[in-house]
Design a protein. Structure first.
Length: 131
């Protein structure tokens, strides 16, 4: 997945137009966040140029001043999170870092989060520092 920063989104119509055009070109839109002006697309980072051209064709601009993020889904858990206080601290950490929880992974018993490799490393470091 990649997260594209898009400069000129302003309304629900923008969301509909962007989603329709990207999906018409064979990609899946995971999320459009109007508050952060980002579009999360199920695509590889090497498909960024194609997505930029698609957005440009409908007059939406990828903000070159912001990074395009390579996002992955991770499952994370540690015995330290069995403690309610530690879990609450970790949950607050995820909120502060704007790392979304996508649910629980029943097979591996862990939280499913969507983030960059760097953010995942931050999560592991945070957990390791818990009592």
């Amino acid at each position: 997945m990649i997260k594209l920063p898009v400069k000129n989104m302003s309304c629900g119509h923008c969301q509909l137009k962007i989603r329709a055009e990207i999906e018409a070109n064979g990609f899946s839109v995971i999320d459009i966040d109007m508050s952060q002006n980002t579009v999360l697309v199920d695509a590889d980072i090497n498909q960024t140029s194609k997505l930029k051209r698609i957005l440009d064709s409908i007059n939406y601009v990828v903000d070159e001043q912001q990074p395009i993020l390579d996002i992955k889904e991770f499952t994370i858990w540690h015995n330290k999170l069995d403690d309610e206080e530690n879990y609450n601290s970790f949950y607050e950490f995820l909120e502060k870092e704007k790392i979304p929880i996508k649910g629980f992974n029943d097979e591996n018993f862990g939280l499913k989060i969507v983030c960059t490799n760097k953010q995942f490393d931050l999560c592991r470091n945070f957990i390791n520092q818990l009592n």
